[in-house]
Design a protein around this ligand. Sequence first.
Ligand code: PLP
Length: 473
Amino acid sequence: MNDTSSFRLALEHALHHSLTHLENLEQSPVAASASLQTLRERLNRSLNSESMPAEQVIDELVADTAGGIVGSAGGRFFGWVIGGALPAALAADWLTSTWDQNAAAYACGPAAAVIEEVCGTWLKDLLGLPGHASFALTNGCQMAHVTALAAARNALLERADWKVERDGLFGAPKIRILSGDQFHGSITRAARLLGLGTNAVIGLPVNAAGQLAAATLEQALQENSDTLTIVLLQAGDLNIGAYDCFEELIPLAHRYGAWVHVDGAFGLWANASPRHRHLLVGVEHADSWATDGHKWLNVPYDSGFAFVAHPQAHRNAMSYTASYVSTNDQVREQSDWNPEWSRRGRGFAAYAALRQLGRHGVAALIDNCCDGAHRLVTGIAALPGAELVWEPRINQGLVRFLDPKPAATESEHDQWTDAVTSAVLASGVALFSNTTWRGKRCMRVSVCNWQTNAQDVARAVAAVGDALQKKNA
Ligand SMILES: *Cc1c(COP(=O)(O)O)cnc(C)c1O
């Protein structure tokens, strides 16, 4: 065995720096404080010719990145849709790197393979998906979409007697994707990667609740009704967390022969909560689903999940062995279901997160984030000069800030909203991102972190109040 002392020193330093980071989250600014220029100056040094002690590399890494690490691990980071990391998941993620298993195949890491089987089973149960569905642990929802939509492409073209994996797409029948127009950008990129093209994605207008109405979908299905069609439904859209009505839309899409894919990057997790499960009634009848572990489940980054109700189509799309050649019936080879070859043993961290929380803990995490979002949005909206734009039904909401000057225009309110959001950011107390929703600039509120508590919410509302007061003064 080699000398492990350099491991010990490097890992001990990493442990120390990790704990310092986590303990300082409470009082450190949530936003980055180092400028782009500073970070480049510190990090972009000429590559050393001689080796360095491992622990020194770690110490300098921490020193040089200081101020360039945002506080997304803490409880007052409400930007985009970004989760934190549960202690067991973080620790398991460290071990994943220590063990350094290649989770491509059972033979390269038997425990990594088995843990993914277990994650698949547990997740289908928690998320209310059919037990026979196949699955893949991907690096995020983007690649979960690619995986699931590759299965859709296989199944739809199979009906036209077209073997897409063998013959490619040149000359193949076209496939279109019909969706409400609030779909995430990862859908168009999946369409690009899969050779369907962005023009294949057709965004249909959504109703006042942000949902795709059955009549709108049916009309689109009737036009060019012999075109092979994927219907993309939303379980929690990125701005307001809107849910399409699965009970109504999935049977409708199926009547027209469409494949139904659900983007549930964070919203599918509502199914783990008895209080919020009603939003997902009927979702189990879709053909495929994509979600994330690194958002609402609070697994460190590099954690997404794809599920497919038609395992053969999934396997045809992803397997590197011909589907009729079985190497070993006893084991599940990850690379039969995943887009990558060599890959991280990312099941360990997801497994650890699920075990730490347990079924009730996952439900409590979802409910706590939803309650936090509701209190934040209504608390901010009650401040003078603020306006409620979307009251959260789950963990997402929108507010807007009104320029106090008499007869201010909408565009002045837009600028004011961005300026208040920036002022909150500059305070360091909380971080929100902004968006344009139905033509208006809004501050977007997203609560995804297991750490967010009532005190974080109160501090964040107070910080917005201070920012408004300063701007109005
Ligand atoms: C975040 C998000 C995605 C993309 O997920 P990644 O994990 O970032 O790849 C897709 N859809 C929605 C609704 C999202 O919020």
